[in-house]
Design a protein around this ligand. Structure first.
Ligand SMILES: Cc1cc2nc3c(=O)[nH]c(=O)nc-3n(C[C@H](O)[C@H](O)[C@H](O)COP(=O)(O)OP(=O)(O)OC[C@H]3O[C@@H](n4cnc5c(N)ncnc54)[C@H](O)[C@@H]3O)c2cc1C
Length: 563
């Protein structure tokens, strides 16, 4: 069903077992799990899929080694296992990520955990080699028999300086362990939706449809493209609106204070020297002020982040000048000879972590764990309960969604018959397990692309095994490179328009592709993509113009990118 058909079916029959409001990764995960279990389910988002907190992450699939210090062993064990499942189930998007901690002290930080336990910790002291060693041993133990990534390794000062020639000579050790890099989080979210809909004809996901309010019996939704409203009568409402959970509850007639969000920003840098200096390693370290920060290899760019500041209004967050200065400065701590300036910035982004309200003394100590908070129907007068998905990490989306789906299944009286634990996602399905299988798949792909090995490689890196579908579009349509975006073909954009729920031009630039985030969006490119979308999505010239202005405005306002 396309968007119009799905909306028409909502109009025709407003009854649905589960309505999920909010299509960030937690809403999407719950949608996929319920769909696999045969439940009729409707997922809506007032914006595009994965455009809230789920578009603002540090791109790490990680257990969160620093949460061990807070005594959050359950959380870390779950996240380590989920990291491994992500690498196994979505290998085209989530890759093992060697992560290196430069260490400047040996014994420091041993008292952080006991002081935290006693509630006496204001600001953790710098973590030294010993405390990091203990943490990494536990971290390795949590991965258990699931040996998806190698064990950690320590290097002394000289070995470290031999390995990274521009590293700060003040280091005493480096520790390298493995986490995962979620290279295209928004694409992973989208592919989960497409999988769910393919598996269950009664599962529908709609972007740009918002929860507008309620009328005592039903929930009122609004199609934000046309302003048309729709009534839905769910048996359960899952509130997966992340940082906006309390506002959504309010729209449903219930005052809550479940979320105490913290803002985090990132920069993407085009800096060949720094990119070469880090190699394929993420550098994850304590800055001079004690904050944990990262320098991360994102394709040929470098991602730098992040901040952690309590905020009230999740819609207003932007990467500030103060944050930019802080991010540019932190590189010097690890690579003192490398100079980074504003001229290297190609993209900035910010988002709000939907954390549970907390009395922790510092934002860094607020738990990243997740929980389902129930608002019973008696509290709202509505004939259904609300399950609010509070907190969590990108990494643990599957486990959190499984818990949310279990709760829905129990309420609906349905027995779970399908797990999501070992289910490949999108272009991770049929992913080659060996170099030989990969070679065969790429040869087959190149044949479909009239012999182009390079193009086969590009599409496979971008879409995993779904590259075969893209190749079919290229074979049937205009496969030639787009004039101002030679790494993309017109047929590839048509593939997105036709199969990937594109509604606006910015969906393509910001979430279906990495064009904007990697600093490769241009005004000419945006105009060319709008032209392709206009053909497929039946836009007239006024709509086409409006889409271009909208995209330029979003890039300027939210990401400080002027095209
Ligand atoms: C700076 C930062 C760095 C992070 N780094 C990492 C990391 O490296 N690794 C990791 O594991 N986790 C990380 N996280 C955490 C992770 O990104 C979040 O926990 C996760 O994305 C939350 O997803 P969600 O689905 O709960 O919320 P969201 O993704 O925010 O989804 C909520 C959705 O609800 C929609 N919505 C709101 N109101 C309405 C309405 N009225 N009607 C319809 N829809 C509505 C919004 O448009 C939004 O799409 C980071 C988070 C931030 C902010």
């Amino acid at each position: 069903m396309n968007r119009d058909e799905a909306l028409a079916s909502v109009r025709q029959d407003p009854h649905v077992s589960v309505l999920i409001v909010g299509a960030g990764i937690n809403g999407i995960g719950t949608f996929r799990d319920l769909a696999r279990n045969g439940v009729d389910v409707l997922l809506i988002d007032r914006a595009d899929f994965c455009s809230g907190a789920s578009a603002a992450s540090s791109h790490m699939a990680h257990g969160g080694i620093r949460y061990l210090e807070n005594g959050e062993f359950r959380l870390v064990r779950e996240a380590v296992q989920e990291r491994n499942y992500m690498i196994e189930n979505a290998p085209h998007i989530v890759r093992p990520l060697p992560t290196t901690i430069p260490i400047f002290r040996i014994f420091s930080g041993l008292l952080n955990a006991p002081l935290k336990f006693l509630g006496l910790l204001d600001r953790p002291s710098e973590r030294g080699s010993l405390v990091i060693k203990i943490g990494l041993m536990l971290y390795d133990a949590y991965t258990g028999r699931q040996r998806t990534v190698p064990r950690h390794r320590f290097m002394n000062r000289q070995e470290s300086l031999d390995r990274w020639s521009q590293l700060n000579p003040a280091v005493v050790h480096t520790a390298t362990y493995y986490d995962g890099a979620i290279l295209q989080p928004e694409r992973l979210g989208l592919e989960l939706i497409l999988d769910a809909e393919a598996e269950n004809a009664r599962a529908h996901a709609l972007n740009y449809v918002s929860l507008h309010g309620q009328d005592g019996q039903s929930v009122v939704l609004r199609d934000d493209l046309t302003g048309t409203t729709y009534k839905v009568m769910p048996r359960i409402l899952v509130n997966a609106t992340g940082p906006w959970i309390d506002l959504t509850n309010r729209a449903l007639g219930c005052e809550t204070r479940l979320i105490g969000g913290t803002k985090g920003s990132h920069l993407v840098l085009d800096h060949a020297e720094l990119r070469q200096a880090i190699g394929e390693h993420e550098f994850f370290f304590e800055n001079k002020d004690g904050r944990i920060v990262l320098i991360f290899p994102l394709y040929d760019r470098v991602l730098v982040g992040t901040s952690d500041v309590a905020v009230e209004d999740a819609d207003a967050v932007r990467c500030t000048d103060e944050e930019v200065d802080y991010f540019l400065g932190l590189v010097k701590r690890v690579f003192p000879t490398i100079t980074v300036s504003r001229a290297h910035i190609v993209f900035r982004f910010s988002g709000v972590r939907p954390l549970a309200t907390s009395r922790s003394r510092t934002t860094g100590q607020i738990t990243r764990d997740h929980e389902i908070r129930v608002v019973e129907s008696g509290q709202t007068g509505l004939p259904f309960p609300i399950y609010a998905l509070v907190g969590g990490k990108w990494t643990s989306w599957r486990a959190f969604s499984e818990q949310a789906a279990d709760k829905c299944l129990a309420q609906l009286g349905i027995t779970r018959n399908a797990s999501t634990r070992r289910v490949p996602v999108g272009g991770g399905r049929g992913y080659p397990a060996s170099a030989e299988e990969r070679r065969r798949l790429l040869a087959h792909l190149a044949e479909d692309l009239h012999g182009s090995d390079d193009r086969a490689e590009v599409l496979f890196e971008r879409y995993g095994t779904r590259a075969l579908e893209v190749a079919r579009f290229e074979a049937a349509g205009v496969g030639a490179p787009m004039p101002s975006l030679p790494a993309y073909s017109r047929a590839e954009i048509e593939f997105m328009a036709e199969t990937e729920k594109v509604v606006h031009l910015d969906d393509v630039l910001l979430r279906r592709s990495m064009l904007a985030m990697l600093g490769r969006a241009t005004r000419e490119g945006a105009i060319e993509i709008a032209d392709v979308l206009a053909g497929r999505l039946k836009w007239d010239s006024a709509r086409q113009e409006a889409e271009i202005s909208r995209t330029l405005q979003i890039l300027k306002e939210k990401h400080q990118v002027e095209l």
